[in-house]
Design a protein around this ligand. Structure first.
Ligand code: SF4
Ligand code: MG
Length: 329
């Protein structure tokens, strides 16, 4: 099967007073039908900017997005105008964010807001829309769905608000859902429920999901495939079992070593096993961007950015340690 989404050599630049930074630098990845694909890395590594680039939501100026293609079901989104992308957003790709309160309108009932997400795309009567919304609230596990229709966002708990956001994202049955730290603001129990819900919805609706997180526990829980990001680039791609069993990139190894248990929350300040800090995008090291922090760094690493090496079974890594494996584009 061709992938739902194919991102081909995407670069997102920001023009700032201190010069041009590449928030996303030449990344490529694919999302298969019905797969859950992780983008994992520390904050500032370009995960959210990748999502905004795919959604056509990078503010321009100061941002510019370039790629050889962003193919959604074979259709290239890259050349589409803002208005053309509006028709794609919501209907074909939907996004949910970390803090649902900021994404919900405080003065409209949640039922009406979720209803608007389909009213824009489909000609349905008021009562049909209401019916669909209540059905969706039910599906995402909002108790007493019919009476919650008339609730305002502030009347709901954080967990229920996130369920409302998921209902809003999925009501138009998009082929792809992008979830940016969807559970980070929630407590552990609710977090687990929301992740279960997303997997359940994927199974029922066959929606592919891009899961953006700094938390390897979330990755282990829900992802099929993983892309590890560092300083604006993807440095390793693998299926989730390969990645956890045989991490190849020294950065990935550091991330995994700093994980006390599989369900632990990996926060940037707790990356005890990786010395040093994430570089500023204004002052990136030459060669491999990870070299100042890498215990395995060689001379070559300081001079020349590593190519991509294919280690079999779709496991690819950008690190000179694997240069005996076949190089790929
Ligand atoms: Fe370390 Fe060199 Fe690999 Fe970069 S390319 S991660 S510096 S070994
Ligand atoms: Mg982010």
């Amino acid at each position: 099967d061709p992938p739902i989404l194919q991102v081909d050599h995407l670069t997102t630049r920001f023009h700032t007073r201190r010069g041009v930074v590449r928030a996303v630098d030449d990344i490529s990845f694919a999302v298969g039908k019905g797969r859950v694909v992780g983008l994992v890395g520390e904050s500032g590594c370009g995960k959210s900017m990748t999502a905004l680039s795919v959604m056509g939501l990078v503010p321009s100026p100061p941002g510019t997005v370039e790629s050889r293609g962003i193919l959604l079901n074979g259709r290239n989104l890259a050349p589409l105008s803002y208005d053309e992308m509006c028709a794609i957003r919501g209907r074909q790709i939907a996004m949910i964010f970390q803090e649902p309160m900021t994404a919900l309108n405080p003065v409209l009932t949640v039922g009406r807001q979720v209803g608007e997400a389909i009213a824009v795309h489909q000609r349905l009567s008021r009562s049909d829309i209401r019916g669909r919304v209540v059905e969706m609230f039910d599906l995402v596990g909002i108790p007493e769905a019919a009476s919650r229709y008339a609730a305002y966002p502030h009347q709901l708990s954080g967990g229920l608000r996130q369920r409302v956001m998921i209902a809003m994202a999925l009501i138009a049955e998009p082929a792809l859902l992008i979830a940016d730290e969807p559970t980070t603001a929630l407590d552990v129990t609710i977090q687990a429920q929301i992740l279960d819900l997303m997997l359940d919805l994927r199974a029922r609706l066959n929606t592919a999901i891009i899961m953006i997180t700094h938390d390897l526990g979330v990755i282990a829980e829900v992802c099929d495939d993983v892309n590890v990001m560092y300083a604006g680039q993807i440095v390793e791609t693998a299926d989730v079992f390969d990645l956890f069993d045989h991490p190849l990139h020294p950065y990935t190894r550091g991330l995994l070593h700093s994980m006390p248990g599989i369900a632990a929350d990996i926060r940037p300040e707790r990356l005890a096993n990786i010395r040093g800090r994430v570089p500023s995008l204004h002052q990136l090291p030459d060669g491999c961007r990870f070299h100042p922090r890498c215990d395995r760094a060689m001379d070559r690493c300081r001079r020349q950015p590593p190519g991509w090496f294919d280690c079999g079974n779709g496991h690819r890594v950008s690190c000179w340690l694997y240069s005996t494996n076949g190089q790929t584009a």
